[in-house]
Design a protein around this ligand. Structure first.
Ligand code: OOG
Ligand code: NI
Length: 268
């Protein structure tokens, strides 16, 4: 298990940037105009709810670093369940981990996912590098397409495996950009696509969280039979508001998260 949080997040960031060149460019765009450091609000990870690799197995890496469980979230239509984790150190990025409820999916999806996960070394999930170790199975492009028809999320995890699905800039810590709308405008001015599912700004001050995200980059995946460019990872922006007690809200908003999941869906 990791003993050093900064090292883990540095590895996660480097691994994420390998398939998300726009994140580095946007990071630079924000840096250039601020002259300061970018603070990460949160990262997100995805998995299947099979015993070998479920949400709790991923969460264990963060619990070992002193994180504790925050809220939990249900996404019935997408057959997903998620929990968030936060650290007593307020500068530590929060972590949003979701899992596909495989048992609620079709028999064919269940057997595909089970056969992928069965290829995995059972000790891999506890290794220090697991959270940025990518795919532990061989999968052909046709199988990816079959999964895509039923669950874009399942197809994404099958193709990419274990890695940060996105990093999220804390708008609260930026100096020039103050609102999600301003960031969205700057992104569009620079040629990026903003996820517009449910509106470009997700959430509201009343919900204590406003968010937006880019549509995922595309990067090459080496499938068993061929190499194909598919949606990889995206960049997100979050602005948090204070609760009545004066502390910034630290949870997530399920209705917004539901739409942010679609940032890897090139069909929308
Ligand atoms: C997570 C989507 C939800 C948020 O901030 O609400 C999310 C994902 O796409 O894996 O990131
Ligand atoms: Ni997010």
């Amino acid at each position: 298990m990791h003993t050093d949080r900064d090292t883990l997040f540095r590895h996660l960031w480097d691994n994420y940037c390998e398939v998300t060149p726009s994140a580095q460019d946007i990071h630079r765009l924000l840096d250039d105009t601020q002259g300061g450091d970018i603070v990460n609000d949160h990262i997100a990870l995805r998995t299947f709810n099979l015993e070998k690799v479920n949400l709790d197995k991923l969460a264990a890496h963060f619990l070992a670093l002193g994180y504790h469980e925050g809220g939990d979230y249900h996404f019935d239509a997408k057959k997903l369940y998620a929990k968030h984790y936060q650290h007593p150190d307020p500068t530590a990025p929060k972590v949003f981990i979701s899992e596909l409820l495989v048992d609620q999916c079709s028999g064919s999806l269940q057997s595909i996912v089970e056969s992928l996960v069965s290829q995995m070394d059972p000790t891999a999930v506890t290794r220090d590098d697991f959270l940025y170790s990518g795919r532990h199975w061989d999968v052909d492009h046709a199988t990816y397409q079959t999964l895509l028809e039923e669950s874009e999320y399942a197809a994404w995890v099958a193709a990419w495996g274990y890695r940060a699905n996105h990093f999220t800039v804390s708008i609260n810590h930026l100096s020039r950009f103050k609102t999600v709308a301003e960031i969205n405008q700057a992104l569009k001015d620079n040629g990026y696509r903003v996820n517009s599912s449910g509106g470009e700004v997700k959430g509201s001050p009343e919900e204590l969280l406003e968010q937006s995200s880019t549509m995922a980059d595309r990067a090459d995946v080496r499938f068993k039979d061929q190499t194909v460019a598919i949606p990889s990872c995206f960049y997100e922006f979050a602005r948090r508001y204070a609760k009545p007690d004066g502390e910034l809200y630290s949870g997530f908003v399920a209705a917004s998260a539901d739409k942010i999941f679609e940032s890897t869906d090139s069909r929308t």
